[in-house]
Design a binder for this molecule. Sequence first.
Ligand code: FES
Ligand SMILES: [Fe+2]
Length: 430
Amino acid sequence: MTTRAPFLTNTYSAYHHRDIPREEDVLTHVGPGTPCGEYLRRFWNPVVFEDELGELPVRVRVMGEDLVVFKDRQGQVGVLQLHCSHRGTSLEFGVVSERGLRCCYHGWLFDVDGRILDTPGEPARSTLKDRLCQGAYPTHVYHGIVFVYMGPPDKQPPFPVFDTYVMPGYRARVSVRHEMPANWLQVKENCMDPAHLDFLHTIDGSQGFTADLRNRADWEYMETPVGMVFVASRRVGDAVWVRMTDFIAPNIHQWSATGDDVQRRRPVARPWMTQWSVPVDDTHTMNFRVRHVKDDYPIEVDTEQVMEFGQDDGRPYEERQRVPGDYDAQVGQRPIALHAMEHLATTDRGIIMVRRILREGIEAVQQGHDPKGIIRDAVEPIPTYGNDTIVRDIPPAPTPEEDKRLQMEVGRKVATEYISDPKVLAERGT
Ligand code: FES
Ligand SMILES: [Fe+2]
């Protein structure tokens, strides 16, 4: 049990606050056999973009396991355990072959499923290759991303196709993948922390925060069949702008483009970005981003792989101190954020709900059940709930307080309708 740090009630009391409690390991540790690691392994996770697989294999680390990803010359994609089953050489130095990947050291040849196709140094009568396999994980290539399933073979779910992957008139384009030296949970929690938008993302370097907090959105957090959403409602003239952002258990989120120009916006817009946060190990996380762009989106923009502002440490330190970004805030929470030293407040209702959903998922796996988010019988794309909806003809209420309440009510109504009948959103959003 982790002991909480003391709640300091006196000034100048750091002296009483020097013991560093342990991290909350159930939600943060991801290695093989850990509660959260086993939970996360029940889902398909991205490992590389398909276009990274050329003549050379790609070494990756996923949830503390070292792996090699390759595409053989026949176009089959494999994910093998990194170390050769002969004497352990790293297969990142392997030779991509017509079929399979050949170890550089003594030439053993491995098929994408781990079968050993050839042990060229062994006598022809050797049956070793027919009896032994290299460790391999099942893969699925979708929209230019290589996904891997690293859980127990008998629990493998179908690959989930969410509705945002197949929106008519849109195509999915891989964007960027980038690593952060921070635990996966704090990276993911950021998506259900809309309060930081008004602070971190409004720092201008000279005057501090520049958001007009009087016109700040209020948020509602609601569970969905696949995870949860935050619902932000804002006043824009005679309309209320309702924005819902998805968290899809265990590590996906998706959001729509920002901007509040009601006239130019479609009444209902679906998310333009989906992001997975895949643990590399306990203290590193790989974010994978896919954009959903209109079919007529300009090709030159479409193929740009742009890292958005503040998502990495590629700026001078002083500049990051003056105008920090998501990278700085999330990595700055320590390699693994210490829950026992936090003081959660009203802006953290989304964080609390994410943690609860994850904890319930971990417990479900421990009890032998499928966790929330595993869908085995989907005949159609699985509904998700992210959107921006403009509700028109809602004149402001007489006082700011009443109007806030009105906006929240409108937001709640929209969200409840979509969550109880996702077809409504699917129809309006296309
Ligand atoms: S170590 Fe791989 S073939 Fe010998
Ligand atoms: Fe952010």
